[in-house]
Design a protein around this ligand. Structure first.
Ligand code: PMP
Length: 372
């Protein structure tokens, strides 16, 4: 049975890309063997690796003074690597937490900072109930915080671009007087972004641009310059940049799938197409939520609603369960809300079709009319 997969991640792939992977898996470009059996130092793999980097730069309009790295260990490893790279010699990092993932980034950074006596991790702002984003003055006061702490040693401020569990997304990035780092795990390449506001972004590929296994890091060279020189290479941004992310064996399969996904996005019209497509799908579902307020409630305040993860609840747990069961029987999968918040979550990443979002919206209307 064909299904519509609304899973939060790993998540739906473009069917055309899955077909390409299937067709090319056994005999890669007539080489007689699979890319999975090929050295990461071979010309075949080198072409994939270089092309994936080129496509990322082109599609995202990454300025030339930023470096693009392929790391492993997911965004979770970045939570610790940020501290290793930027705070090991001392300094302060400010965290703005707007959901469960921002909290996790903060907590992991705190744990990591225990290894460095002069590193300080400060939670600058925590949004109430994780339903909204900070007012812009929170970022303007970053400088005051530096003064209050008695020094000018703030190295970076950290935000979560899209909160996957709470369904809250920055519509535009704030301007910050200190380098701003964004965890873009769940909205990577889902819309164009203005790198002027961002010193670094990072995120795993497994929601919008490929499979789990590769983590994309895009970093301004001025920030990269400040990274530690004394880390083991596997933890050092400088080493990833210097060795073109080939110090050791990269996740070749994931990078190949990422390359094919980016080729597909380019063919479709790039990020302006993708962001319109994503906004359209989200509108279809939010319109139904707003049209049936007795049945559906979206905790996120309207200006902060995510186009990627639509989080909502029904009036009681019985109807949540009924909704999920009926959805499943009609081929809508992956809709259960995260176990920490319950309710329903529809993830509408890049590869979810308009047809899938429309079918879900129709199902929601029908359900509300029947059980409201
Ligand atoms: N940040 C966000 C916003 C996420 O959604 C996730 C994964 N769901 C992570 C970080 C952790 O990513 P990973 O599992 O790739 O380490």
């Amino acid at each position: 049975m064909g299904v519509y997969n609304f899973s939060a991640g790993p998540s739906v792939f473009f069917p055309e890309v899955l077909e390409q992977i299937r067709d090319q898996l056994i005999d890669y470009r007539g080489s007689g063997c699979s890319l999975l059996e090929t050295s990461h130092r071979s010309p075949h793999y080198d072409a994939v690796h270089t092309r994936a980097l080129t496509l990322l730069r082109e599609l995202y309009h990454v300025p030339n003074n930023y470096s693009i790295l392929f790391c492993t260990g997911g965004a979770t490893q970045q939570f610790a690597m940020l501290v290793d790279n930027f705070l090991s010699q001392g300094g302060t990092a400010l965290y703005v937490t707007t959901g469960a993932w921002g909290k996790k980034a903060l907590e992991d950074a705190q744990v990591r900072s225990n290894a460095y006596p002069h590193a300080r991790i400060i939670e600058q702002y925590c949004s109430d109930q994780f339903v909204s984003l900070p007012p812009s003055h929170v970022f303007k006061t970053v400088t005051d915080v530096k003064k209050k702490q008695g020094g000018n040693d703030t190295v970076y401020a950290h935000i979560t671009s899209n909160e996957t569990i709470h369904g809250v997304q920055y519509q535009a990035y704030p301007s910050s007087p200190v380098p701003l780092i964004a965890d873009c795990s769940s909205d990577l390449l889902s819309r164009p972004i203005n790198f002027e506001h961002l010193a670094m972004i990072y995120g795993g590929a497994q929601k919008n641009i490929g499979p789990a296994g590769v983590t994309v890091v895009i970093i301004h060279n001025a920030l990269l310059e400040k990274a530690s020189e004394v880390l083991p290479p596997a933890y050092s941004y400088k080493s990833f940049a210097k060795k073109k992310s080939l110090y050791n064996t990269p996740p070749v399969f994931a990078i190949w799938c990422l390359q094919l996904t980016l080729e597909h996005i380019k063919k479709k019209g790039g990020l302006s197409y993708i962001s319109d497509h994503n906004a359209h799908k989200a509108r279809l579902v939010y319109t139904v939520i707003d049209a049936f307020p007795d049945m559906y409630r979206c905790p996120a305040v309207p200006e902060c609603r995510s186009n990627m993860n639509i989080v909502f609840t029904l009036p009681d747990a019985t109807r949540d369960a009924m909704f999920l069961e009926q959805a499943r029987s009609k081929g809508f999968i992956g809709l259960r809300g995260h176990r920490s918040v319950g309710g329903i979550r529809a993830s509408l990443y890049n590869a979810m079709s308009i047809e899938g979002a429309t079918a879900l919206a129709e199902f929601m209307k029908e359900f509300a009319r029947t059980y409201g």
